[in-house]
Structure formats: C-alpha cells, structure tokens
Design a protein around this ligand. Structure first.
Ligand SMILES: Cc1cc2nc3c(=O)[nH]c(=O)nc-3n(C[C@H](O)[C@H](O)[C@H](O)COP(=O)(O)O)c2cc1C
Length: 172
C-alpha cells in the first residue's frame, strides 16, 4: 500500500495544542497511535496496528535523520528532531518529534515511544533547506554511501556551532 501513495504538495498543519503520539515494539512496529496520529496520518487505528513506522515516511526525508534516530534509541538515548511525514492521501505534515526508549523493571529496552508537536515556522525555515541538501547528497552518493555522506554533511555544518543534531534541533 505504502509505495503506491503519491506525494502531493498539500500540507496539513498541526494545531498549537496537538500532540501526535505513537508507541512501537523493538522492531519499530506500531503498537499504539493516538487520535491525533490517526487524524494526521489518514490511516485508521486498525490500518496502523503492527505496521512498520515507515508507513508514514515521506520521500523528502533524508535517510541519515532516521539513522541518527535509531542510533540514539539503540544506545538508550532519546532523539529530538524534525520529521516531514506523509499521510495516506499523499499530503504532508511537519512535526517536531521526541522519541524515547521504554524500559522494563530490569532496565531492558522493551519498545519506543514518540510524542510530536507543532514545529515553529522559524525551525522549518532552517531545517527545510538542510534536509534538501542532505537528500540531494544521498541521491548523488548512491545507496551504499548515502548515510555516510549525508551525516558528514550535517556534522560539518553543526561542527561550526559545536553541537550535535539533537542539541541543534532543540535550539532552533
Ligand atoms: C517510536 C518511533 C517513532 C517513529 N516515528 C516516525 C515518524 O513519525 N515518521 C517516520 O518517517 N519515521 C518514524 N520512525 C522511524 C521509522 O521506524 C523508520 O526508520 C523511518 O520511517 C525510515 O524508514 P526506512 O528505514 O524504511 O527507510 C519512528 C520510529 C520509532 C521507533
């Protein structure tokens, strides 16, 4: 189903008080989605349940961002960042996401949890062109080198400011 969706230029904009929430298992399969997630994604709870979270992945997103997300999560850290998502009808919506590991009583990671809110226009003005550059670099580099080249690109940008992606995302 996912690959048949054509991205459109129609934007859905989060409201100031919205929280889009989801939970996944260790493999990134959705185990919970709140009402606002259902509204923005355009999928029903039933359609979302047990699907990989990339069901709402937008083709404009650089792969390196998800690489950073999973790297953080698997090492027990949280991730903060901007994500452009795609709804079932091909429209898009930007979110500012906080993603965290969930632990059991023995400190084993048992799944992941994400809460997203409306990103500021200022942040999108900054992050939009950076993601475009990363995506272009990934396409030029080809699948094998995409992540390395793209991470190199954003690292070089952030090095000047002495911050990592997470800190940068929280600061803009
Ligand atoms: C809790 C959680 C929330 C996630 N939220 C999103 C999301 O909103 N949009 C998205 O494209 N990927 C999200 N991901 C990442 C996806 O699992 C996936 O890595 C990403 O869509 C890239 O897909 P791909 O690895 O098939 O290229 C999330 C992962 C986790 C664990």
């Amino acid at each position: 189903m996912k690959n048949k969706i054509q991205a459109t230029q129609i934007e859905r904009v989060m409201r100031d008080n919205d929280f889009i929430v989801s939970k996944t298992d260790l493999k990134g399969q959705i185990t919970y989605a709140n009402k606002i997630f259902v509204e923005f994604s355009g999928f029903t709870q039933e359609e979302l349940f047990k699907q990989q979270h990339n069901i709402i992945r937008h083709p404009d997103m650089p792969r390196a961002v998800f690489h950073l997300l999973w790297k953080n999560l698997q090492s027990g850290q949280e991730f903060n960042g901007y994500v452009k998502n795609m709804s079932k009808d091909g429209s898009f919506y930007w979110v500012f996401a906080n993603v965290t590991p969930s632990y059991d009583n023995n400190k084993n990671i048992i799944g992941y949890y994400s809460v997203r809110r409306k990103p500021s226009q200022q942040a999108l003005t900054i992050i939009g062109p950076i993601y475009k550059e990363m995506l272009a670099a990934e396409k030029t580099a080809g699948a094998k080198n995409a992540i390395e080249v793209s991470i190199g690109l954003i690292s070089a940008k952030l090095e000047q400011q002495g911050v990592g992606y997470d800190q940068f995302a929280l600061s803009i």
